[in-house]
Design a protein around this ligand. Sequence first.
Ligand SMILES: [Zn+2]
Length: 313
Amino acid sequence: MTPSKGGPLRLALLCLFTLVTATLTGLLALTAYDLAAGSAEGMLRNPTAQSPPGVDPDTGIDPEPRPAALQSSSSSDLSTTATRSITVAIDPGHGGPADTGGMHRNAEGEIDLTEKQVNLAIAIRLAELLRGEGYRVVLTREADKAVNDPPQDRNGDGQIDDHDELQARVDIVNASGARVFVSVHSNGFPDPAESGTEIWWSPDRSFADDNAFLAAQTQTAVLKRLADAGYRSEDRGLKVDRAYRVQDGSPYIFVLGPAIDEHHPRATQMPGILGETLFITNDTEAGLLRQPSIIDALAMGYRDGIVAFLTRR
Ligand SMILES: [Zn+2]
């Protein structure tokens, strides 16, 4: 793993923090969404695309820059009939009155920015960018609402809880026939000094290599797009979801990992990642997350990673 502040344990605590917050406030489903999933073997073949990436086995990051994929703000040459048959699924993390996700508080202690609204803004912009290039896009939510609404026992375990909210998202993603999936989140931690960008992926899927490639491409692209927008984000690296141990002891992020118990009967069926881009609990980064130019940069970073993945080799 890339040397990053805190490492996996620290990151697990990030999500734990969210879960504890959710529990304490009596709100369902917070953390659960700091978990996510995905696969798609059939890549779009683009003869002009670059050769396969040299992902560093230690860092999981491809050291080779990909100017063609990462620098253009629009790949109009990809707006062909071929892309129209490809679906991308986007999951804006959290949503609705019961699940704000992380939040920023002003000097008076009042909540002045919520993760659910930031995630949705990034996701909607990302959808616009992808549609502009000819891709079909499906979002798990397009407003400030829960996805499992009205609440149902989606996983059939006899209760309605945050697992059902996540299962509802996974089911939408799978039904969309998407070739690739991204869950969009913003990070949070009790210590407001924590900052930076990281991307989670699952190594325990049949399409693990695709997950790793997508994660590496997207991490590189997001950092570059932020730098282009004037912010040098700390690179917290790529994180494997085995390091995330919160969900009732599950070692996996719900929307990324395999289905392993009765609470999680259906896993995402295509390659995917969960992005934690910038910390909403950091004053500086919360300020950035209010800026349309930064939302745009984050969306472009995701778009670059997704397009690099779909047009690989
Ligand atoms: Zn989140």
